[in-house]
Design a protein around this ligand. Structure first.
Ligand SMILES: CC(C)(COP(=O)(O)OP(=O)(O)OC[C@H]1O[C@@H](n2cnc3c(N)ncnc32)[C@H](O)[C@@H]1OP(=O)(O)O)[C@@H](O)C(=O)NCCC(=O)NCCS
Length: 180
């Protein structure tokens, strides 16, 4: 199937149903790491939950063209990056991502977001791409800042994470600001 190279060791592959086991195993071996910032970890209990996720993102692609891809590093699934949906009225989208703990520190998500920005602005002609990161999620905020997203503000108590609300920082980059 189609792959998009990130560098000599890494690539993006649009999610397919056969990737569900890789997704589930990656989540299952990184529960503590991912649970800190992602709300869906405790609801992912069996491979079928990851199959449901893949079907949902495939349907979202059919509905509005949003892409979700696996991030692969040296033939192992390292994480996921995806558009939550595309708002065609306003030509805007929001990107989310996560990596298994051992795949951090290699630039994989920064490279992946770069590819998503190229695709969003050049191919889809979107105007605005957002990233929302927990206020204390310094690694996620660093991804947005490294790519020159502008910090636009704080959404207070915007996400429920298991036992507490967390504030989200909104970052955005506009087509006119993206130099690729
Ligand atoms: C958020 C998350 C994806 C960030 O991962 P990350 O590895 O820090 O981000 P990147 O893959 O872009 O890598 C950047 C790191 O690689 C280094 N790096 C190496 N080569 C690089 C390159 N070519 N380009 C950019 N950075 C590179 C950077 O210096 C940085 O390391 P540092 O933090 O030690 O300075 C990860 O911490 C995660 O999955 N967390 C849990 C889930 C989560 O929070 N998701 C986001 C919800 S909003």
């Amino acid at each position: 199937m189609f792959t998009c190279p990130l560098n000599a060791d890494a690539c993006l592959k649009p999610l397919e149903i056969r990737h569900a086991t890789d997704i589930y195993n990656l989540i299952d071996s990184n529960r503590q790491h991912l649970r800190r910032w992602l709300p869906f970890i405790d609801k992912t209990r069996h491979v079928i939950d990851s199959e449901v996720f893949v079907r949902a993102v495939q349907n979202q692609f059919i509905l509005d063209g949003s892409i979700t891809a696996g991030i692969w590093y040296k033939k192992e699934m390292a994480g996921i990056i995806g558009m939550h949906s595309i708002n065609w009225q306003n030509r805007a989208t929001t990107i989310g991502y996560w990596l298994g703990e051992k795949f951090q520190g290699k630039g994989l998500v920064t490279l992946s977001v770069r590819k998503f920005l190229d695709y969003s602005f050049r191919d889809l002609n979107l105007c605005r791409v957002e990233i929302k990161a927990g206020t204390k999620n310094s690694r996620s905020r660093a991804v947005a800042e490294r790519l020159s997203f502008r910090h636009e503000g704080t959404l207070r108590d915007a996400e429920w994470l298991y036992d507490r609300f967390t504030d989200l920082e909104v970052y955005a980059i506009l087509k006119n600001d993206w130099i690729g």
